[in-house]
Ligand binder design. Structure first.
Ligand code: ADP
Ligand code: MG
Length: 210
């Protein structure tokens, strides 16, 4: 039942940057279908800016890592996703603590979800990243309640987030650009829910190898 520390957090953010770069075109395509085709490009630019910043000023704790990424995303990523991910990570950084066990994963996800809901004025079922974070939080809670460790909590959260992203396909969007499309958003996955699933999978992969 080992906890996760600063090297895990740094690995998470490196892997997040790598997976967002790898899925850049997919995210652009999803956002082209129900938005303005910039989600993959914006997020890729934001995560790519993290490594140089950390080289200049290395963070030394888990909260510092997450806070550093939050401020980078807020200043580099435009559109809706920059402030939303920035808020999620900033709130999460205040909740997670320096040694991450399953309860800390739950605390992070709860704070991140509350941040996105508050900033975006969004609830579950509106075809946004809330629809990935909500089941992720529930899955992490189940693992924590069953006595699982942080790696198991991240793994369950990432799987649930991807299922949540897939479940956005039949939804009509009522927040963000996709809401302008009405019924025409039906049949497409929400790009922000998909990128949330990718970022949580990066946390789980880093935890598995920690
Ligand atoms: P923009 O819509 O400004 O082009 P992005 O394309 O980067 O921004 O991000 C779009 C994603 O942001 C959506 O797929 C959705 O998941 C999320 N999103 C947009 N508006 C909101 C909101 N009000 N609340 C929560 N999430 C939102
Ligand atoms: Mg967009």
């Amino acid at each position: 039942m080992s906890t996760l520390g600063t090297s895990w957090a740094l690995d998470w953010m490196n892997r997040a940057a790598a997976t967002i770069a790898e899925h850049r075109v997919e995210l652009i395509t999803l956002d082209r279908q129900i938005g303005d085709a910039d989600h993959g490009e914006n997020l890729d630019r934001g995560f790519a800016a993290v490594a140089p910043k950390f080289e200049a000023t290395p963070p030394t704790t888990v909260p510092e890592v997450l806070k550093g990424v939050a401020s980078t995303l807020m200043s580099v990523v435009g559109g809706a996703a920059g402030p939303l991910y920035g808020t999620a990570l900033l709130r999460g950084s205040k909740a997670i603590g320096e040694e991450v066990d399953a309860a800390a994963v739950v605390a992070f996800l709860a704070a991140a979800l509350e941040g996105v809901k508050a900033r975006g004025k969004a609830e579950a079922g509106e075809k946004t990243m809330v629809d990935a974070l909500t089941p992720a939080l529930e899955a992490a809670k189940s693992v924590a309640n069953a006595g699982g460790d942080a790696a198991a909590a991240w793994d369950a959260a990432a799987t649930a987030a991807q299922e949540g992203a897939e479940a956005t396909v039949p939804l009509i969007a009522t927040k963000g650009r996709a809401s302008y499309l009405g019924e025409r958003a039906v049949g497409h996955m929400d790009p922000g829910a998909r990128s949330t699933a990718l970022i949580l999978r990066a946390a789980a992969d880093a935890a598995k190898d920690a």
